[in-house]
Design a protein around this ligand. Structure first.
Ligand code: SF4
Ligand code: SF4
Length: 164
C-alpha cells in the first residue's frame, strides 16, 4: 500500500460528495450533537463534534482507524438536534463505508458490529418482555433481575437458534 499522508486536505470533500455526507462542510462545531448523544453520555471519548472536526482538518487515517467510528448506535438524535442540519449519523455511515473500502477494517469487522447491534437490540427486547410479563415494575425487582441476567451472560455458549 502506498504511504499515506497524515493530513489529506481533500478528505472532507470526498466525504461531503457522498450520499449522506453532504452537510459536513456547514458544521460550526457547536457541540449540540455531542451533548445529546446517549453513547457520549457513557463513553466520554466518543465525541461527534470532534470527529467532524477531524474530518474537516483532513485527519483521514486517524478518523478511519478509530474504534469510535463504530460506537454510534444510529439513534439519529444528533441529526435531529443539529442547528445546521448536519446529518452526523449518515456522515458516520459514510466514514464506515470508506474505512472498509480503503482497507482500514475488513468487511467482516463491519458485519461483526452489525451483528452486535442486532444482539443488543434482541437483549433489550427480551429484557423488556420479561420485565413486563412478570410485572417487575419496581426498581429493586428490576435490579435483582438485571443482576441475574448479567451473571448468565456468556459469549462462549448458546446456540444460534435464538439469535433472531
Ligand atoms: S450539532 Fe451540528 S453544527 Fe453543531 S457540532 Fe454537531 S454537527 Fe456540527
Ligand atoms: S446517532 Fe450516533 S452519534 Fe448521533 S446521537 Fe445517536 S448514538 Fe450519538
Amino acid at each position: 500500500m502506498a504511504e499515506e499522508r497524515l493530513v489529506d486536505p481533500q478528505f472532507k470533500y470526498r466525504v461531503a460528495s457522498r450520499t449522506g455526507g453532504e452537510g459536513l462542510l456547514v458544521c460550526f462545531s457547536c457541540g449540540v450533537c455531542t451533548a445529546g448523544c446517549p453513547v457520549a453520555e457513557i463513553e466520554g471519548n466518543f465525541n461527534p463534534r470532534r470527529i467532524i472536526h477531524q474530518v474537516l482538518l483532513g485527519e483521514k487515517e486517524s478518523v478511519l482507524t478509530s474504534k469510535y467510528l463504530w460506537m454510534c448506535v444510529g439513534c439519529y438524535r444528533c441529526t435531529a438536534h443539529c442547528p445546521q442540519d448536519v446529518e452526523f449519523t449518515n456522515i458516520l455511515k459514510v466514514l464506515r463505508e470508506m474505512a472498509v473500502e480503503e482497507g482500514y477494517v475488513s468487511k467482516e469487522w463491519q458485519e461483526i458490529v452489525e451483528d452486535l447491534d442486532r444482539r443488543t437490540q434482541k437483549l433489550r427486547r427480551d429484557c423488556l418482555n420479561y420485565l413486563f410479563e412478570n410485572a417487575l415494575f419496581s426498581f429493586p425487582q428490576y435490579l435483582d433481575f438485571y443482576q441475574r441476567e448479567i451473571e448468565k451472560l456468556s459469549f462462549s455458549g448458546g446456540g444460534r437458534d435464538n439469535e433472531r
